[in-house]
Ligand binder design. Sequence first.
Ligand code: GRF
Length: 196
Amino acid sequence: MKRVAILISGGGSNMVALADSMNGDHPARPVLVLSNDPEAAGLAKAAARGIPTAAVDHRPFGRDRAAFEAELLKPLLAAEPDVVCLAGFMRVLTPEFVEKFQGRMLNIHPSLLPKYPGLHTHERALAAGDAEAGCTVHEVTPDLDAGPILGQARVPVLPGDTPDTLAERVLVMEHRLYPAVLRRFAVGDRTPVYLP
Ligand code: GRF
């Protein structure tokens, strides 16, 4: 049974989708939900599911990423994860941290990478007049939002869309895509998932 740690920063809706998918004959189980924000609403959702939780507040560390990550590693390594899923995790990780998990760390990004790495993806898609948008699950490498793609889901951009209405439509697909990718990844299958 593969052990999955999930890193969150906020509501954790992707974490919930992942956690709730790991049951029955699924080859993985969640063993830790870890946040950089002790107030993250997702922590209560994880605890309600009986999943161990931990939080390391990044703010006291200021710009010292290495010191923050040294603390973050403690509960993470203690959980002995086989796979680490970044799910709405909003901190940039150093190459040193990434390299500890390279090849077994995934992230979900709310754009059709390689378009729109970084922030404000929906605003940028709308400003560009794109006919479609979506989300991508990729392996995490030291280059931000640039690792091998493991899945993508597309949604139409509709007339009158705002960043919020587009984000809402994409989020629904994130909750389908990430579990589908994790189920394959947990058995070593890196065949990309494309939705619809
Ligand atoms: C969402 O914007 C999602 O697109 C991105 O992270 C944000 C929060 O996700 N992946 P979650 O609800 O905390 O999973």
